[in-house]
Design a binder for this molecule. Structure first.
Ligand SMILES: Cc1cc2nc3c(=O)[nH]c(=O)nc-3n(C[C@H](O)[C@H](O)[C@H](O)COP(=O)(O)O)c2cc1C
Length: 182
């Protein structure tokens, strides 16, 4: 079992990374191989809507996205993390998501996903557009959303790490995603 954690925050040691790493730790405890990827460290250029991927099978960008798409296809479970920036995901995460346009997304069917979303605002409703956006994408692509971990009220780098209940919930989600895989 392969579990891939994808961090959409540019902040190393930030709240997204703390929580995604905790989910990955739970998955590892349950026997999975885990890998963590930080989008901000990769070159992922915005989609140009040229349809080159449909015409030729190759994106016009020569960047890190084709190998990330392959990694996603090779993984059974994804942990997708992004903080809320202006009621949406980060620009890094949205550029990554737009590149799912490549027909390779046909191989995403049946993948399991846990989403992880920290936000500075004190209420979960500020994440509703991002959660809704991801739910619609997953429905469209037949991807199964197994858990949504929201962390409202956290602004300082990594401060969500003080919330032991949330860390426990994240670890449990990672463990269960692996244990419940058929
Ligand atoms: C550019 C920017 C925009 C933000 N917009 C929002 C927002 O609309 N709503 C909100 O609740 N928090 C917002 N925040 C706060 C972050 O969501 C919050 O600090 C989060 O914990 C950051 O996660 P990280 O530590 O993984 O980077 C914003 C932060 C930045 C830097």
């Amino acid at each position: 079992m392969q579990v891939l954690g994808i961090i959409g925050s540019p902040r190393i040691g930030g709240n997204t990374e703390v929580l995604v790493d905790e989910v990955l730790a739970g998955a590892k405890e349950a026997g999975a191989s885990v890998e963590q990827v930080v989008l901000n460290k990769l070159e992922i250029n915005p989609c140009q809507a040229c349809n080159s991927c449909y015409k030729t099978g190759h994106c016009m960008h020569k960047d890190d996205m084709p190998s990330l798409l392959e990694k996603m296809v090779q993984s059974d479970v994804w942990i997708l993390g992004t903080p809320i920036y202006w009621w949406g995901p980060t620009a890094q995460f949205k550029a990554f998501l737009d590149r799912w346009y490549h027909p390779k997304h046909q191989e995403f069917k049946g993948k399991k996903v846990i989403i992880v979303i920290p936000l500075g605002g004190g209420h979960e409703r500020y994440a509703r557009h991002t959660v809704g956006l991801l739910e619609d994408v997953f429905n469209y692509l037949n991807i199964e959303l197994v858990e949504t971990i929201l962390a409202p009220g956290y602004n300082r780098r990594g401060e969500v790490g003080k919330n032991t209940d949330l860390l426990k919930l994240a670890r449990k989600a990672g463990k269960e995603a692996v244990e419940n895989q058929d």
